[in-house]
Write a protein that binds this ligand. Structure first.
Ligand code: PMV
Length: 309
C-alpha cells in the first residue's frame, strides 16, 4: 500500500499573467487530497473500473510513470472540484508522488516536473504554478525572470518559468465558492484571445507584474491591509481581461461588505472561487454562507506533497 497526500492551492496574485511569463504568487492550503494505491488484478478507481474520460489525470499519471501490475486507487478529497482550488493539481501531484515512491524515485522536484507535464498535456496550456505549489507547500512565486534563489525551473514550448519558494506568514484566507464550475482551459483561451488582440490588455498584465512584486513585499511585512488593497487592484485587472462573472462579482461584494481588506478571484475565474483577507475572517465566511455559498477559512500548508509506503 502506498499513500500520498497533497495540499490544494489558491493563487494569491497574478493568475493568467503567469501563462505569459508574468509573476504569480500561490499558496498551498489546508484542504487536501489523498490517494491510496495497491497492486490489483485490474485497474480500478474507488472500486470502479478506471475510465479514461472520468479519471483523466490519474490515467495520464499511470501512462507516464507506471509499467508494473494493474493498480487499485482510492481517492479522498476535501477540495471541491473545478473550484479554482487546485483539485486537479492536487490529485495529479498525489498520484505522481505515490507512483514515483513505488519506483523509488520520489522527490518534490520530480513530482513537480512530472505533474506539470501531465497538467499541460491534459489542459493544452498551463503554467507550473499549481503543480509546483501543491508539490512544495508553503507559497511559491513563479516568474519567467531568472533571479537568485529559485528551487527549480520548467520549460515548455519556448516558455521558461523559474519557481521561487516564499515562506508565507501564517495568514487566514477566506475562500468563497461560487456555484459555477470553473473551466480553466476555456477561460485561459478566452483571456488569451483578448491579450493577443489588445495592447491595453498587455499594459494590464504589466501592471499586474508590479502588483505581484508589491504584494510579496506586503506579505513579508505582514501588512495584510496593504495586501488586501493589492488583491482588489489585481481583481480589477482580472475583471477587465474577462476572467470574472456576475456570480463572482456578487461574492466579491459580499466579502468586501463584511469587512474584507480585499477580495479577488482565485484561479482561472469565470466561476470557481474568490479569496478574501481581513481581520475577522469568520465574519466574512458567515456573510458568504448567508448568501448560500460554501465558504472556508484556510491556512498555509507547510509540508507540500507527502508519501508513505
Ligand atoms: O483555475 P486554476 O486554479 O487551475 O488556475 C489557473 C491559473 C491560470 O493562471 C489561469 C492558468 C495557469 O495554468 O497558470
Amino acid at each position: 500500500m502506498t499513500v500520498a497526500i497533497s495540499p490544494g492551492k489558491i493563487i494569491l496574485l497574478g493568475e493568467h499573467g503567469v501563462v505569459y511569463g508574468k509573476p504569480a504568487l500561490a499558496m498551498a492550503i489546508s484542504l487536501k487530497v489523498a490517494v491510496d494505491i495497491e497492486i490489483a488484478s485490474q485497474y480500478m478507481v474507488n472500486s470502479h473500473p478506471l475510465e479514461e474520460r472520468k479519471h483523466v489525470y490519474i490515467k495520464r499519471a499511470i501512462d507516464k510513470l507506471w509499467n508494473g501490475s494493474p493498480l487499485s486507487i482510492t481517492t479522498f478529497s476535501q477540495i471541491p472540484s473545478a473550484s479554482g482550488l487546485g483539485s486537479s493539481a492536487a490529485i495529479t501531484t498525489a498520484m505522481t508522488a505515490a507512483l514515483l515512491a513505488m519506483r523509488n524515485d520520489f522527490s518534490k522536484e520530480n513530482v513537480a516536473r512530472h505533474s506539470f507535464e501531465i497538467e499541460y498535456e491534459v489542459q493544452g496550456m498551463a503554467s507550473p504554478i499549481d503543480t509546483s505549489t501543491c508539490s512544495y507547500g508553503k507559497a511559491i512565486m513563479v516568474w519567467k525572470k531568472e533571479k537568485q534563489g529559485y528551487i527549480w525551473s520548467m520549460s515548455k514550448n519556448g516558455s521558461t518559468w523559474y519557481v521561487y519558494p516564499f515562506d508565507v506568514p501564517d495568514v487566514s484566507i477566506v475562500v468563497g465558492i461560487s456555484s459555477i464550475k470553473s473551466k480553466t482551459p476555456k477561460i485561459v483561451k478566452k483571456v488569451g484571445k483578448f491579450i493577443g488582440h489588445s495592447s491595453f490588455a498587455k499594459d494590464l498584465l504589466n501592471e499586474m507584474e508590479t502588483l505581484v512584486t508589491e504584494g510579496v513585499d506586503a506579505l513579508k511585512k505582514r501588512d495584510f491591509i496593504k495586501f488586501g488593497e493589492i488583491m482588489d487592484k489585481n481583481h480589477k485587472i482580472l475583471y477587465n481581461i474577462g476572467a470574472s462573472s456576475k456570480e463572482i462579482e456578487k461574492l466579491i461584494m459580499t466579502a468586501r461588505k463584511a469587512g474584507a481588506y480585499g477580495a479577488k478571484i482565485t484561479g482561472a475565474g469565470g466561476g470557481g472561487s474568490i479569496i478574501a483577507i481581513g481581520d475577522e475572517p469568520e465574519k466574512i465566511r458567515e456573510a458568504l454562507k448567508e448568501k448560500g455559498k460554501d465558504a472556508y477559512i484556510v491556512l498555509p500548508d507547510k509540508d507540500g506533497v507527502k508519501v508513505w509506503k
